[in-house]
Design a protein around this ligand. Structure first.
Ligand code: 2HA
Ligand code: ZN
Length: 282
């Protein structure tokens, strides 16, 4: 089978196009990676070439040894993923030590995986472990409202979680574990990779202040849906804050507890919300 005919490639391209259409990517902003299933690798292996050299990842990910990742290229534009797929992303193979990769498909005009590849791989390693291999997608982009909020809210995941949950009723269902937040950091480096992967032990969302958002998920749809939900909640909150500092009414801690105790609701959407997010506001 051709790589471009595989369902996982179509999902990768669909998310990229959706992200572009949602204004999450300016120029070459953002990056996406997908840990391929062994059967997906076998189905398209006929198109792989093994002529390109092994390169240092810049991180050590022994639990990902031998895995294949579909990943956007450094400097490539999301709007071109569907238009020029072979030029915009690649499939990489990780070596048996988990310290090197080589490109086996794509980036036909040269180039390398995203500058955030070390972050992606360290986060994949965490998510593979904590979800027993279920999570396969890591998505990073630059959504307007989340970035704007990072100039207003403190760099504190507890505050962010509570404020986003209050902004839209579905939020505590969709990200019941909350969101993590990092202060501004140099992009693309080992530090931001390590700090993000620490957050990914607990959360599926990491906010990078003044930069963007990093999301993990099992499928392309769920990962994009999570990203979209957080960004939409941020937009609502920002609109409210633009009008008034005082909310007239809101979703209260007691309301959040009702989500967990209401028999009809909780039987359909069982959710556990950590009390640390339900603090009394002064
Ligand atoms: O791919 O978004 O964080 C460009 C970036 C780096
Ligand atoms: Zn970025």
């Amino acid at each position: 089978m051709k790589v471009l005919d595989a369902d996982c490639t179509k999902g990768f391209m669909q998310l990229s196009e959706d992200g572009w259409q949602h204004n999450y990517h300016e120029r070459n902003g953002g990056n996406l990676s997908y840990r391929m299933k062994p059967e997906e690798v076998e189905a398209v292996r006929e198109e792989f070439t093994y002529t390109r050299e092994w390169k240092e990842i810049g991180a050590s990910v022994p639990t990902l040894a031998g895995e294949h990742f579909m990943v956007t290229g450094s400097g490539k534009f999301f709007q071109n993923v569907t238009r020029h797929p072979e030029d915009s992303f690649c499939i990489t193979e990780i070596d048996e030590t988990g310290t090197k990769y080589r490109i086996v498909w794509g980036l036909v005009n040269g180039g390398r995986p995203t500058s955030e590849f070390p972050s992606h791989l360290m986060n994949h390693a965490v998510k593979k472990r904590v979800t027993d291999g279920r999570f396969r997608v890591i998505y990073h982009a630059h959504p307007v409202n989340v970035i704007a909020l990072s100039f207003i809210l403190p760099n504190d995941g507890i505050v962010w979680t509570r404020e986003l949950w209050e902004s839209m009723t579905e939020c505590p269902i969709i990200f019941s574990e909350g969101v993590g937040v990092l202060p501004w950091m140099v992009p693309g480096g080992a530090d931001i990779a390590v700090r993000t992967s620490e957050l990914m032990e607990t959360y599926n969302v990491a906010i990078w202040a003044h930069h963007g958002m990093f999301c993990a998920g099992d499928t392309f749809d769920n990962t994009f849906g999570l990203f979209h939900t957080v960004e939409k909640a941020a937009e609502i909150l920002l609109k409210v804050l633009s009008v008034t500092k005082e909310k007239r009414q809101t979703i209260t801690p007691e309301n959040f507890r009702q989500l967990q105790t209401d028999p009809t609701f909780s039987s359909q959407f069982p959710v556990t919300l950590d009390e640390k997010f339900l603090y009394e506001k002064k």
